[in-house]
Write a protein that binds this ligand. Structure first.
Ligand SMILES: Nc1ncnc2c1ncn2[C@@H]1O[C@H](COP(=O)(O)OP(=O)(O)OP(=O)(O)O)[C@@H](O)[C@H]1O
Ligand SMILES: [Mg+2]
Length: 602
């Protein structure tokens, strides 16, 4: 319509100020972001899983591409950063995506002005975001109900845009209601209302209905229904009403959802009502707004550091050869700084390490790779550092760390969620939990292998245990693709001299690995090793890894269900053939008494 009847009072772009032009560019960015996001539904309906994965990788770059383009176009017009900020504040005020728009503004203006760290005068980074419950009409749909019934699930499924594509909508609605009633117990009859988001959350082969139930006693219960699309048609794959189950689906070790909404703040508010412990920054990130997630993380960090008792300390565990890692005990995050020089036997470079972290960012993390955020020129109050830690940073990471008055400026670092290093965990938990964890350890290596990731350094100190008991990998400097490696059997020595020689009697290339040699490095001898071997002896054979290489080459995309197998409505073998041999998550071992909340102990 606009093109036919342009409003007369519209100022032509040439005389618009920088703020207007940045907002205009932001809208271009958002349109591009949503255009890719919207492909997800078609990918799901056409079962185009590989293409869907490419979309996900493509979408990760859209923000920086648009920022760069905007910098190029607007750069000269930005004469007065402070004025532009004030004007942008007015322009963006009241928008449902105000926060994300301001993060975009920050990125553009900081790049144009060459801002190091945060400049309160010209960017919004240090300002509190708009409250989560903001303006705007309720985003969600509402339905009054009397208990959990098949009719409720029918309504949810009919509200998708592809109700006609369900394999058996009434039958599956009934099965879903039954499953929900089972997990909810007596509470199922107290449910008086259902509220759900009018769009689905897509990731890999799943499409998730995101909802909540309200009970007569005022309780809010999350309801997540992952839909899958086997050959016979769309079907619910599970019904999740347990907070922990839901929280795991939104894990920081998984890739971001494609959710078609221009109301990120309201969406995050809705998600937060389902998962009150989940940090806001992780929720923004989970729907693809990872740059704004970083802004939120920065704000949270600043608030944490403002506590006079806040103390930055070395992370527990075996110090890294490549990274110096520290943490704020009260904040569930670690900071990782690349050392200036790496101890033997590491022969990598800063650039190579960063490239590995980029690789992880761009790939499907399959619930086994911790997401990392990259920061530049981050300032910390100097007196918050443990003195020994600060000395060590200045000694071993002088390229990245310097002191500026009463602040410490870190030129480059990664943050990651803090999890308990597996080597420590195995020593501190009761035997049953340790046994479950070594099985999980093997599961993690296998899931990674299915996703074509070879961790490189398989030692337990490089894996951590989440509060759900899930084993997640976090040390990326030696990570490689399974298909790049050469998994070899140990040749048998052909002569006595060969066997006795100090040098290996067979030649070894850089890409060569010998799975038969790993065991002593993975699990200590004794009961734990026996348990590990019982479940995972195959991991220690070249045959396993070559099988993984073949399955990669066949192009098959495996399923990774982000919920326990026992929550699935239909198990292996009934219906969807390609699920039968899928890696399914093991039920989690006893979780530690910790929380997801950033403000609390891990
Ligand atoms: N996400 C995390 N949560 C908790 N602790 C962590 C985390 N990441 C790293 N650590 C701790 O910091 C140590 C070093 O981190 P990391 O393994 O990433 O560095 P590295 O220098 O690459 O190690 P390596 O010498 O094994 O190559 C780990 O052994 C662990 O104790
Ligand atoms: Mg390590």
């Amino acid at each position: 319509m606009d093109t036919l009847h342009p409003p007369l009072d519209r100022t032509p772009p040439a005389v618009e100020g920088a703020a207007e032009r940045i907002l205009h560019a932001y809208e271009g960015y958002l349109a591009a972001f949503l255009a890719i996001t919207r492909r997800a539904e078609g990918r799901f309906l056409r079962r185009e899983w590989r293409d869907g994965q490419q979309d996900a990788a493509e979408r990760l770059n859209v923000f920086s591409e648009w920022v760069q383009r905007t910098v190029d176009e607007v750069g000269d017009a930005l004469e007065d950063g402070t004025g532009a900020k004030a004007r942008f504040a007015e322009l963006s005020d009241g928008r449902p995506d105000c926060d994300v728009a301001r993060t975009f503004f920050n990125s553009v203006v900081r790049r144009i002005l060459g801002t190091r760290g945060v400049d309160r005068g010209t960017d919004f980074t240090a300002e509190p975001g708009t409250p989560l419950r903001g303006d705007g009409a309720p985003l969600f749909r509402h339905r009054d109900v009397q208990g959990v019934t098949p009719a409720l699930f029918e309504a949810l499924f009919r509200d998708t845009s592809f109700a006609d594509r369900f394999a058996d909508l009434p039958g599956d609605a009934a099965a879903s209601a039954e499953a929900a009633r089972e997990t909810l117990g007596p509470k199922a009859d107290e449910v008086r209302a259902a509220e759900w988001l009018p769009f689905l959350f897509y990731r890999n082969k799943g499409a998730y209905v995101v909802a909540r139930l309200r009970t007569s006693s005022g309780e809010t219960v999350p309801l997540l229904v992952p839909l899958s699309h086997p050959a016979e048609g769309v079907r619910p794959d599970a019904v999740l009403t347990d907070r922990d189950d839901v929280s795991r689906v939104f894990s920081f070790a998984r890739s971001y959802f494609h959710a078609d909404t221009a109301q990120p703040r309201e969406t995050v508010a809705f998600l937060r009502s389902l998962m009150p412990m989940k940090p806001v920054h992780e929720l923004y990130t989970s729907i693809g707004h990872h740059r704004h997630g970083k802004t939120e993380l920065y704000r949270e960090l600043t608030a944490q550091l403002a506590h006079p008792a806040a103390r930055l300390e070395p992370a527990e565990g075996i110090p890294g050869l490549v990274m110096i890692v520290f943490t704020l005990p009260a904040f569930n995050v670690v900071f990782k700084i690349i050392r200036d020089r790496f101890g033997a036997p590491k022969d990598t470079s800063r650039e190579q390490v960063m490239q590995k972290y980029r690789l992880v960012f761009a790939r499907d993390r399959v619930g086994r790779l911790a997401d990392a955020q990259e920061f530049e020129h981050l300032r910390f109050p100097r007196d918050r550092f443990d003195p020994g830690l600060l000395q060590e940073l200045l000694r071993a990471a002088a390229e990245s760390v310097r002191i500026d008055g009463d602040e410490v400026i870190i030129r480059h670092l990664y943050t990651e969620r803090r999890i308990r290093p597996l080597d420590l965990y195995l020593r501190e938990v009761p035997p049953e939990a340790a046994e479950a964890a070594v099985i999980e350890y093997g599961n993690a290596i296998k899931d990674l292998a299915c996703a074509n990731i070879f961790p490189g350094d398989l030692l337990s100190k490089n894996f951590g245990v989440s509060r759900h008991g899930r084993v997640i990998f976090y040390d990326y400097d030696e990570l490689a693709l399974v298909t790049e490696m050469n998994f070899r059997a140990l040749p048998s020595a052909s002569s006595h001299e060969d066997e006795m020689s100090a040098e290996p009697f067979f030649s070894v290339d850089e890409q060569d690995v010998f799975p038969e040699q790993w065991l002593p490095f993975l699990v200590p001898p004794g009961r734990l090793r026996a348990v590990f071997l019982d479940a995972h002896a195959d991991l220690l054979t070249p045959a396993f890894w070559r099988g993984m290489q073949r399955s990669q080459q066949s192009g098959e995309l495996r399923d990774f269900f982000p919920y326990p197998a026992h929550r699935r409505l239909r198990r292996e073998g009934d219906g969807d053939g390609d699920r039968a041999e899928s890696p399914v998550e093991a039920p989690s071992p006893n979780a530690r008494e910790d929380t997801d909340d950033l403000g609390q102990a891990e």
